[in-house]
Design a protein around this ligand. Sequence first.
Ligand code: NAG
Ligand code: NAG
Ligand code: NAG
Length: 206
Amino acid sequence: MAAHRLVVASLLFCCLAEICYGKVLFSSLKRTLDVTASPKQGQVLLSGVDKISGTWALNKTFPAGTDSSYKTIKLKLCYAHISQLDRAWRKTVDDLSKDKTCQHKMVATPYDAANKTVHTFEWLIERDVPQATYFVRAYAFDSNDVQVAYGQSTNANKSSNLFEINAISGRHTSLDICSICFSAFSVLSLGVFFYIEKRKGKSQKQ
Ligand SMILES: *[C@@H]1O[C@H](CO)[C@@H](O)[C@H](O)[C@H]1NC(C)=O
Ligand SMILES: *[C@@H]1O[C@H](CO)[C@@H](O)[C@H](O)[C@H]1NC(C)=O
Ligand SMILES: *[C@@H]1O[C@H](CO)[C@@H](O)[C@H](O)[C@H]1NC(C)=O
C-alpha cells in the first residue's frame, strides 16, 4: 500500500515537474546561432589526437534582444543520421530531455550579450568518443539551464559538413596483445602450480 502511494506520489511529482518546466522541443527552438567547425565534409579525425576548432556567433538577422535570456553556450558533438541507424541509444527525439543525438559535451562558455564578436572554440577529441559520423551543435541555455536556441555546423537536414571520428586502433591492439599475454601467462602458471602440487602430493605418499 505504502509502495503504491509512493509510486502515485512520484508519478504526480513527475507530471508536475513536467508541467512546471515544460518539455523543451527541439523543433520549437530558433536557429539563432551561426556555428562553424573546422573539419571538412568527410574528413576523418582521430580521437585523443585531433582537435576540433570552430566559431559561433549570434546571427545578426534576428531582432535585438533575441538573446536577452541566453546565459550559457554549450557546444556538443552530435551523431549524424548514418551513425544513429539501428542504435536506439543515439536516437533523435524532439523532446530534448530524451534526445540522444548530442551526447558529447565539448565546450561550455558564459554568454555575454554585449559581446557580438565571433567566438572561437577548440576541443581535443576525447578518447572515449566512439567511432562515428558527427556534426557540431551549439545550444543557448537560459538561467534555468533550459535550452532556448541553437545553431549547428550542418544544414537543417543534417546532411552537409559531416565528419568522421576514428577511435585509435593501435591502443586497442596493444591492449589486446597485453591481455592475451596475461591470459596465457595465468593459464601457464596455473598449470605449473598444479604440476608442482601433484608432484608434492606424490612424493608425500611415497
Ligand atoms: C542567419 O540566419 C539567416 C536566416 O535564418 C540565414 O539565412 C543566414 O544564412 C544565417 N547566417 C549565417 C552566417 O549562417
Ligand atoms: C568578446 O569575446 C571574445 C571571444 O570570445 C573575447 O576574446 C573578447 O575578449 C571579448 N570581448 C569583451 C569586451 O569581453
Ligand atoms: C532536406 O531533404 C529534403 C528531402 O530529402 C529536401 O527536399 C530538402 O530540400 C532538404 N532541405 C535542406 C535544407 O537541405
